[in-house]
Each structure stands twice: as structure tokens, then as C-alpha cells.
Design a protein around this ligand. Structure first.
Ligand SMILES: Cc1ncc(COP(=O)(O)O)c(C=O)c1O
Length: 377
């Protein structure tokens, strides 16, 4: 029996029961909150006629992918061919793979995906485009292509209008692909709306320049894909017409800290944990460490927010243990107490779980498989 099957066998009986009776540690999604988060984002994009292509890296699950379509998304974004396969095999598309595909196998797998659902690929090199084109042509399928721009993150993407236009012109004539626009990920921009604006203006100026170059060269720049959770509500001030915010379905401790108006109440995913030891003075041990919550840091320190206990801090992690400082708090925790922890970084946390419990009002409504978990290839 695989680990995955064992997890299913353990967690399936939780459906219909109280969340507090589920074995810990276990990730729980408050479905009302997730749906409210999606509705808010969709309301914004609808008002400004921006197409929503949420990044699925945050949930890696077809259940939430479907929920995003139900809430008004027009497509889903993925990072790897393995993720694309999960959503395409479930009939969920169109898909945007926002990661430069490199290598025969990746190109062939994407060509198969393109046979199942409409596919767009963002890339930044001639080699990626040529390989993809060849595989698509051999499979008798096709894909749209966005030329990725680096507008400041320094990760992938072309850093000048000339380079972007040169690539677009060079690959637009290849069979089975068509350049339809550009994309960028402003992951370097964090902070308040006022902090974000100057960086977004720079990003916008570069995209406008690229659009002009594309127009001169006769290359289509109809689609301009961008955005992130921190910048989502400023998208309409730019020329971006497709928004890929991903974290905004669940949010996390990091988002709540950088966006105070959000509040922890918007955080839809938490991990239920249990106090397993109080033997060491000044601290208690819980049954979740870096293998459950990740060791991603937080600007204010700590490895997660203990819900309802703002004075309790998770001060350290081992792989399977977490340590809560109780020296300065009289929370009176005893062995067996259950706590709920909002992770620092929800996307990385979800990737550690085969299943999450979907709950409403404290009752488990369904077991949700994280089908794309670990599919990094
Ligand atoms: C290419 C790309 N698009 C969109 C996103 C979503 O950003 P966020 O997590 O801020 O919602 C990411 C996040 O890593 C990304 O890499």
C-alpha cells in the first residue's frame, strides 16, 4: 500500500465528523473562506475586465481548480508538465504553463497535454520554442506562446524589448505555435499598494515598449499575462489583461503580515496539531515540524501563527516536532491540547500533504486530494 493510500484510509472516515476529531497533524481548508477569497478576486477582475488565470501551485488540486473555474477563472496556470498533466487529465483547461520547457520529454508531454486542453506556454528562449514546436507538430497539436519578460525579479524572462521582439520574430514562423503576447511575474514587488506602485509602473513601461515593438514587427501582443497576490488589486492600473494570482485562494501568515487589511480571518488553510509534550520548562512540543509546515521563515520570526493565541510563538522546528515558547504566556497548554496553525507559506505547506480536509463550520465536508503534490518534473 502506498503512503498516499494509507493517508486516504486514515482520513476518509473524518468526512462528516468534527475537524477536532481528525488525526493530527492534518491540513484543513475552511471552504467558506476559500470561496469568499475567490469571489472577492473574481469581483475585482470582472469589474476591470481582466481575465483570471490563477496559479495552481497554491492548492495543486483539481477540486480547487474546478472551484476557480466556477468562480470565474478562464484558465489555470501551472509550473511543470506534471502539474499540467494532472489538470488536463481531469479535463480542466485551458492551461498556461509558466515555466520554460526544456528537453525532449518535457516537450512531448506538453504536446500530449495540448491534445487534451488548449495550452499556452510562457518561455524565453529559441531552444524552448523550437523543441516545443517540433513536439507539437509531431503530435498534431498546437499551443499559444507568451514571450516571458524579466521586469525586475531576475529569475527567467528577457530583460529588454529588443531581445523579446527578436525572439518573437524568430519563433513566430515555427509550426504549431503562435506568439500571442507576453508574460511577466512581478515576484520582486512586495509591500503596501503605495510601495508596489513604482515597481509596477516600471514593469508597465517595459511591457508597453515591448507591445510597441511587437506591433512594428507584426507580432500579436493581445495577451499580457502578469500579476501576483501582492499586486493583484493594482492590475487595472497596468496594461496586464490576465492575472495569475495564486496564493489569494488561501493566503497565509506571510500574506496577512504584508497586507494588514486582509487579517488572519482571510487565511483559509490551517494545520491542526496536538501538544505532545510539556516536559521541558518554558516550551511545549507539538506533533508538526518542518515536514508538515515547512521551515519557511517569516519577517516577524516564528514558524506559523497559532490561531487564537497571538502571544504564543512557534520558536523552532525539527522535522517532526515544533516548539512553542510558553515562558511568557500563561496559555496553560497540556498534553493532548489541539491547536490550529496558519503556515508561513501556504503553497510550500500544501505540497507536503497528500490530502487536505475541506471543512465548513468545523465539520469535515470532504477529503480533497492534492493530486499534483510533489510533481516537480
Ligand atoms: C509565474 C508565476 N505566476 C504567478 C504566481 C503567483 O503569485 P502569488 O503566489 O503571489 O499569487 C507565481 C508564484 O510563484 C509565479 O511563479
Amino acid at each position: 500500500m502506498t503512503a498516499h493510500e494509507r493517508s486516504r484510509r486514515l482520513l476518509e472516515p473524518c468526512v462528516g465528523s468534527d475537524v477536532v476529531d481528525a488525526p493530527t497533524p492534518v491540513a484543513v481548508v475552511d471552504l467558506d473562506r476559500a470561496e469568499a477569497n475567490l469571489a472577492r478576486l473574481h469581483g475585482y477582475t470582472q469589474e476591470h475586465e481582466i481575465a483570471l488565470w490563477p496559479h495552481t501551485k497554491t492548492h495543486k488540486s483539481t477540486v480547487f481548480g474546478q472551484l476557480q473555474f466556477d468562480a470565474g477563472a478562464v484558465g489555470l496556470t501551472v509550473a511543470k508538465p506534471g502539474e499540467a498533466e494532472v489538470f488536463a487529465d481531469a479535463g480542466l483547461g485551458p492551461l498556461l504553463m509558466h515555466f520554460p520547457p526544456v528537453g525532449e520529454l518535457a516537450w512531448r508531454r506538453l504536446a500530449r497535454v495540448a491534445g487534451e486542453v488548449p495550452l499556452t506556454v510562457a518561455l524565453d528562449s529559441h531552444g524552448s520554442a523550437q523543441g516545443l514546436s517540433g513536439a507539437l507538430a509531431a503530435a498534431g497539436t498546437r499551443a499559444d506562446v507568451l514571450v516571458e519578460l524579466d521586469t525586475g525579479l531576475g529569475r527567467t524572462g528577457l530583460g529588454s524589448a529588443e531581445a523579446a521582439c527578436e525572439l518573437a520574430q524568430a519563433v513566430d514562423c515555427l509550426p504549431s505555435i503562435e506568439i500571442v503576447g507576453v508574460s511577466t511575474y512581478p515576484g520582486h514587488l512586495r509591500g503596501s499598494l503605495d510601495d508596489l506602485r513604482p515597481g509596477l509602473e516600471e514593469m508597465n513601461a517595459m511591457i508597453l515598449e515591448v507591445r510597441e515593438e511587437f506591433a512594428k514587427a507584426g507580432v500579436s501582443c493581445e495577451r499580457i499575462s502578469g500579476g501576483s497576490t501582492p499586486t493583484r488589486y493594482l492590475t487595472h492600473e497596468t496594461c496586464v489583461n490576465e492575472l495569475r494570482a495564486g496564493t489569494a485562494i488561501f493566503f497565509d501568515r506571510q500574506s496577512a503580515a504584508s497586507e494588514p487589511s486582509l487579517g488572519l480571518e482571510a487565511c483559509a488553510l490551517s494545520v491542526e496539531v496536538t501538544v505532545i509534550s510539556t516536559s521541558v520548562p518554558g516550551r511545549v512540543a507539538i506533533d508538526a515540524g518542518s515536514k508538515t509546515l515547512t521551515s519557511d521563515p517569516h519577517v516577524d520570526g516564528g514558524f506559523g501563527e497559532v490561531v487564537g493565541h497571538p502571544h504564543l510563538s512557534i520558536i523552532a522546528f525539527n522535522e517532526e516536532h515544533g516548539y512553542i515558547d510558553t515562558a511568557s504566556s500563561d496559555a496553560g497548554l497540556v498534553v493532548g491540547d489541539r491547536l490550529s496553525v496558519i503556515p508561513n507559506h501556504v503553497c510550500a505547506c500544501v505540497n507536503l500533504h497528500d490530502f487536505v480536509l475541506g471543512a465548513r463550520g468545523g465539520t469535515v465536508e470532504k477529503l480533497i486530494e492534492v493530486e499534483a503534490r510533489g510533481l516537480v518534473r
